[in-house]
Design a protein around this ligand. Structure first.
Ligand SMILES: [Zn+2]
Length: 210
């Protein structure tokens, strides 16, 4: 079971053998100790083979059966919120999600917040692509700014208004994943966008499809 080993490594539990089952009531045998049985919310630790074999809470037959799951047993340790986040980030993320997070972190580090704010105000927080305006309170809206040619390596797009558009989160994801074409003619346009950057976006999209 791969997942047990991964969680053991990610959280540095230090077990010699780690097994995972979502519901926590059924496992293969622990063969090396200290050993750990893990479910979706925490784990049960066995320091020695004897402690495992003599535990009243588990029935060891061909499989290890735990009535009520490990979470109902004494000594069960719940994952902290921080640990759960770590597991989710490392295991549940697809490569694409990791790439998107990296792209957005880079953008956050490099961007000029003042320019982005100015752009949002120019469009009154309306998405230049779909026209959506997301209200989050009285006279208060939410919008994001996308760099058409992304900042940072390997794209090295510039942090200038000509390379930015004001978008809603949905359209932002579609742009970051190169899932949609950009056309200067079909978007809401009150500021100058450089064709060069639009072409760059569209070329990335073509490159991805072939
Ligand atoms: Zn939109």
């Amino acid at each position: 079971m791969m997942k047990g080993r991964m969680i053991n490594e990610i959280l540095q539990l230090g077990a010699a053998h780690a097994l995972y089952f979502h519901q926590g009531n059924w496992y293969h045998h622990l063969k090396r100790f200290p050993g750990v049985l893990i479910d979706s919310g925490g784990y049960l630790w066995f320091e020695t083979k004897e402690k495992f074999a003599n535990s009243k809470d588990i029935k060891i037959k061909e499989r290890v059966n735990i009535y009520g799951g490990i979470s109902s047993k004494k000594g069960y340790i719940k994952f902290s919120a921080e640990q759960l986040l770590k597991i989710e980030e490392e295991i549940c993320s697809t490569d694409e999600e990791v790439a998107l997070r990296k792209l957005r972190t880079t953008n956050l580090v490099l961007r000029n917040i003042g320019l982005a704010q100015k752009l949002k105000e120019t469009y009154n927080y309306r998405c230049q692509i779909c026209g959506n305006q997301i209200p989050i309170g009285t006279n208060n809206y939410y919008a994001e700014v996308h760099h058409i040619k992304p900042l940072g390596k390997p794209h090295n797009g510039p942090d200038v208004l000509e390379n930015m558009i004001c978008v809603c989160p949905n359209c932002h994801v579609l742009l970051d994943y190169n899932a949609i074409f950009l056309s200067q003619h079909s978007i809401l346009s009150k500021h100058k966008i450089k064709k060069e950057f639009v072409d760059y976006h569209n070329s990335q999209l073509k490159a991805k499809k072939t």
